[in-house]
Design a binder for this molecule. Structure first.
Ligand code: PGA
Length: 266
């Protein structure tokens, strides 16, 4: 990206976060088993202080997974949240409900929700705000379609999604937010972005945050990469200076594979 001012980045100023996104997989019985296997696979791995590990599970699995993982450093996340605290919103789940169940993180604006469930930049903003107000960490997903990358508008798309998602946030709220850069063409396709492509867009997102607030805020924000991250490519992606973790779909359904990704982040 010629002409762009490169910001010198210090990774120690922010957390590396590896989050599994189980999507619509795992009944509570299956979820309990996978959580047990994951706790076991990571039992000898000291992640304290260096890597935060989260599993974002279906709502109905939260109780079982929280029980299994209590007393471990692995945190429990959800995959969506409504922006009102309570009310006549049949089928929805609010941030206070999640928090009381022990949830610490929530995925917001995943491309599957944007694509299939009418999620917009505006509702992403409302959901992330509701999460923050309840003390949850939103993992806000942004990323371009293949047609948008091919048309050369990746930056435009990611800039719009990021700015609208963070609209009205204070610098302190931005610092408590995780952004996941997930190129839609890499999700569930086995086609991973190259480490350089991931780095380029993650660095660009940090530049956007710098422009919105300041460099200190931008340096504090965890920016993950997501899209066919697996044990075999995690180390290369995570070695990049602006890639601070991963949002992992398919590979998070295997405890052994997910544990390898966590280890690649250490
Ligand atoms: P994937 O999914 O790792 O299966 O590509 C990533 C995601 O959708 O968060």
């Amino acid at each position: 990206m010629p002409g762009r001012q490169r910001i010198k980045m210090d990774k120690s100023k922010r957390k590396t976060v590896i989050a599994g996104n189980w999507k619509m997989n795992m009944t509570p019985t299956e979820a309990r088993k996978l959580a047990c296997e994951l706790a076991e696979a990571l039992s000898c791995t000291d992640t304290a202080g260096s890597v935060e590990v989260v599993v974002c599970v279906p709502f109905v699995d939260i109780f079982a997974v929280s029980q299994v993982l209590s007393g471990t450093p692995i945190k429990v996340g959800a995959q969506n949240v409504h922006f009102e605290k309570c009310g006549a919103y049949t089928g929805e789940i609010s941030a206070p409900m999640l928090a009381e169940c022990g949830v610490t993180h929530v995925v917001v604006g995943h491309s599957e929700r944007r694509q299939y469930f009418g999620e917009t930049d505006e509702t992403v903003n409302l959901r992330a705000k509701a999460a923050l107000e309840t003390g949850l960490t939103p993992i806000i997903c942004v990323g371009e379609l293949l047609s948008e990358r091919d048309a050369g508008i990746t930056e435009e798309v990611v800039a719009r999604q990021t700015k609208l998602a963070l609209a009205g946030f204070t610098a302190e709220q931005v610092k408590r937010t995780i952004i996941a850069y997930e190129p839609v063409w890499a999700i569930g396709t086995g086609r991973t972005a190259t480490a350089n492509q991931a780095e380029e867009v993650c660095a660009y997102i940090r530049q956007i945050i710098t422009n919105l607030h300041d460099i200190e805020t931008a340096e504090a924000v965890t920016i993950q990469y997501g899209g066919s991250m697996k044990a075999s490519n995690a180390a290369e992606l995570l070695a990049k200076p602006n890639v601070d973790g991963g949002l992992v779909g398919g590979a998070s359904l295997s405890a052994a594979e997910f544990a390898e990704i966590v280890k690649a982040a250490l």
